[in-house]
Design a protein around this ligand. Sequence first.
Ligand code: IMP
Ligand code: MG
Length: 174
Amino acid sequence: MKNNMEILISEEKLQARIKEIASEIKNDYKNQEVVFLSVLKGAVFFTVDLMKNYDGDCLLDVVRVSSYEGENSTGEISLKIPIKKENIEGKNIIVVEDIIDTGRTLKYLVEYLKDFSPKSIKTCALLDKKARRVVEFDTDYTGFEIEDLFVIGYGLDYDEKYRNFPYVAYVKNN
Ligand code: IMP
Ligand code: MG
């Protein structure tokens, strides 16, 4: 893969921006506790670094969704880990995603979580491919807007591989 890709966002740039997002969030919530709800598996790397830079009371929780995007591309989404009401009810939830693409995952999750009566709910995506949106959705916190490229690294996979790269790279189509 390494000779068929180009680095898009270096490790330094990622880390610097993540620090900024962490302060932005802290500034918004002040002394209120927040729950970082990480969307497995891709957002794991981002969530860890975000929390390490977060100077305030916070909890970690995870959620896992699967999307079926067959040839007819229904983009149907379902939850793969059940959510416990007590982990959401009355809490300030921040859904953390690696990337927002069509927007279906975050839109579905936010709608779904509302039934568990959170105190507030916001979304945070490291990357945003705005041009690819299929459903209308805007994140509250965004790391970087990127072009319509297939990206890997820093949690993002191609066939489950390359999540371990400390940077974000895009795959070149020769
Ligand atoms: P959405 O529901 O289309 O917004 O889907 C977002 C999900 O699609 C992300 O959580 C990723 O798992 C996946 N995804 C979208 N674009 C890319 C990419 O360029 N590389 C790797 N995964 C991607
Ligand atoms: Mg994902």
